[in-house]
Write a protein that binds this ligand. Structure first.
Ligand code: CA
Length: 233
């Protein structure tokens, strides 16, 4: 997917210009903002295909922007965090960011992530429009509707982020099979993803909060010690 519209919100000029250069070279249209308020306004105005969001920004920080945008749109969000700020990554993912990159980063590696992100966004659009007739996955009171991308618990729709849906669909579809964190990362985030496996744990944690009666004592989305996770019907 070249020709995407990408918004970069970053107050460090050298990083901003490096990203602009690389993105434009791949044929994308790039909009930039150097503070949080401007970034949020621009995101609403241009309806981008991808948002690249620094955490530390003047006027409004990246977390706040991420939280607000997530309430309004499914646009993929990559957050840029300072080195060693583990907590930033976790908070960012919890707020609905799709990926995070720690500064300093290599532009080449970063562009791989951008390509993956845009490809997945396009794939999931295609899946939504072409999977009519694909079966619903039903496990007790849980229903995963692959056609409409809706999860229901006791018939009531449960709000899911796209990546949570994909993870749940993968595990339910392959009930009884244990997946390692690395396998899950590869399936959902792509084989050239450089992230760490705690990304998977965070998403499992969030899924449990949504589908398990007692999230701290999961009955269905179970941890397999030394391996990873498994869905039990
Ligand atoms: Ca900054």
């Amino acid at each position: 997917m070249s020709d995407a519209t990408v918004l970069v919100v970053e107050d460090e000029e050298n990083i901003l210009e490096a990203l602009r250069y690389s993105l434009e070279r791949e044929g994308h249209t790039v909009y930039t903002a150097v503070d949080g308020e401007e970034g949020l306004n621009l995101a609403r105005r241009i309806d981008p295909d991808l948002v690249i969001l620094d955490v530390m920004l003047p006027k409004m920080d990246g977390f706040e922007i991420c939280r607000i945008l997530r309430g309004e749109t499914d646009v993929p969000i990559i957050m840029l965090t300072a080195r060693g700020e583990e907590i930033d990554r976790i908070v960012g993912l919890e707020l609905g960011a799709d990926d995070y990159v720690t500064k300093p980063f290599s532009t080449r590696e970063f562009m791989v992530r951008v390509r993956n992100m845009l490809r997945r966004a396009r794939l999931s659009d295609n899946v939504e429009s072409s999977s009519a007739g694909e079966e619903n996955l039903v496990a007790g009171n849980l229903e995963v509707d692959l056609t409409s991308h809706v999860v229901r618990l006791d018939g009531v729709a449960v709000d899911m982020k796209p990546r949570e849906f994909d993870l749940l669909a993968l595990l339910v579809k392959n009930s009884g099979r244990a997946y390692s964190r690395d396998q899950i990362l590869q399936q959902l985030w792509g084989h050239d993803y450089y992230g760490d496996t705690r990304t998977v744990d965070v998403h499992v944690h969030w899924l449990r909060e949504k589908i398990e009666p007692q999230p701290s004592k999961p009955q269905r989305l179970v941890t397999i010690r030394g391996v990873g996770y498994r869905f039990d019907r």
